[in-house]
Design a protein around this ligand. Sequence first.
Ligand code: KIV
Ligand code: ZN
Length: 513
Amino acid sequence: MSERVKIFDTTLRDGEQSPGFSMNVAEKIRVAKKLESLGVDIIEAGFPVASQGDFEAVQAIASEITETVVAGLARANLNDIDRAWEAVKGAASPMIHTFISSSDIHLEHQLRKSRDEVLKLAVKAVKHARSFTDVVEFSAMDATRSDRTYLAQMIGEAIDAGATTVNIPDTVGYTVPGEFGELIRYLMENVPNIGETVVSVHCHNDLGLAVANSLAAIRNGARQVECTINGIGERAGNTALEEVVMALKVRKDLIGLDTGIRTEQIYPTSRLISSITGIRVQPNKAVVGANAFAHESGIHQDGLLKEKTTYEIMTPGTIGLSQSTLVLGKHSGRHAFRDRVKSLGYELTEDQIANAFQIFKNLCDLKKEVYGEDIEAIIADEIIQIPDKYRLSFLSVTSGSELIPTATVQMEIEGEVFKAAELGNGPVDAAFKTIKGITGDTSNLTRYEVDAITGGTDAQGQVKCALEKDGLTVIGRGSDTDIIVASAKAYINALNKLNYKQKYLKSDVDRTL
Ligand code: KIV
Ligand code: ZN
């Protein structure tokens, strides 16, 4: 058995505190449970002293999680630590994570304290945390811009005071791999009691080096990495869990270390975070981006169809994606197209394939890259014509600067007529709420895009919306000169596709596409 690197996940703390990524308590509990099934060693659930909401979320997560350590963050003062303990004490395995800055820049300008005073606060904080629990992490904030001798002294004293993990953060994303690896080695060699603890690293991605820095630290003795799903976090984010874990797995030949991560849960966990926060992962993001396993070049596609290892260093299945999402384009042949149709779950006759391939080729003249969703649209709209369970018969919306937007919708569901009205935050919101109410839809709206087909104020508006339910994603489209009507049509089109997919697709279909 090789040695293990612990994975400390801070998606719910460092990740959640960044703009646009906030979650409510129920969402945080869903994420925490998913992280537990992913196999992380520690879930940093939040910063309990920050607000009553944060406190309650950490407390709720602590009571729901049964196997994984649950940590609460606290500055190095007694009140923060008391609050953190109150929040995590109900956990099966609670941890307090306390921190104070070690760099002169922070000491002088932010804390306005001397090195000696800060050392005393660090020691007092760790001792206080240890009076509650045997599992205490101490972080020397801004470690990478600190005087090395002072940093080593602070780490040594924190260990003497009882820290079971010592964390070396690159708080401002300043260091580079060679320098950071050397810093970790320096601490391993110059802090006499360092062997009594786990050495952890926490890197920010301001220079795009968080994963590289974490790996350099591991290669020099660190045995815990702090990271987040999709690399979310303060400013440019934190070390991306999926990247560091897959780097360790793919390059085990070189690094020789394991993690406890169930890698097939990586993609579903990434999707959960983007669907809860509504923030999509950039398509070219390593490991979990839409293009991470997509091969457009004809040469690459040909190689892949013959033997996967020609162009893939890891299989999509390893991260929980059941198929290579080959991006097709004008260079793609009928073989690759047929393969893609099959992987989407459609069983077409040779005539239907020939027909669909012709439409696909025409589309390639208009669009450089053709994705699974485009092929599905060809099949749904032109080849098998998905039957409409839901039809929009009538939509009326009132809105204006002085009015609460209200929508009245009449629909037919399998021939039966339904009518309802709802208020909303805007006219589209009101229309969607009304349709949701009538149909009882429980999917998540993960994307909503409006484009003008032609220029001018009389332009046709084209709306695309993506719905996701139980791992199935569909894209609905609608166009009209009235953007609200186009939106309602797109939503209803997506509902019809979802209904079709849920009922008729083969059970072994790639549900993640
Ligand atoms: O970036 C940082 O230094 C932190 C600490 C609280 C560990 O997030
Ligand atoms: Zn941080």
